[in-house]
Design a protein. Sequence first.
Length: 97
Amino acid sequence: MFVHTVYFWLKPGITAEEERRFVEGARALTTLPTVRHGWVGKPAATDRPVIDRSYSYGLVVVFDDLAGHDAYQVHPVHDAFRELHGLWTAVKIYDFE
């Protein structure tokens, strides 16, 4: 199993329509052929000192293997989502197996 986690910090002041486009694009990523499981969401309401809730949205996608991840990275839907990069100020990615 290969797990790809991505955290986005959206730009302050984006419109509701821009945020909707972001969420729609992120959700589309969870439907790509090599994705076994996928989730998109805002930080949970948990509040402990070790939890970072500073991000706007998180994306988690699970693949069978690295090859599935690599196919996802070059998929046209992923390329289209990257075109929305102007909507966020920062992104952090953590992958694990």
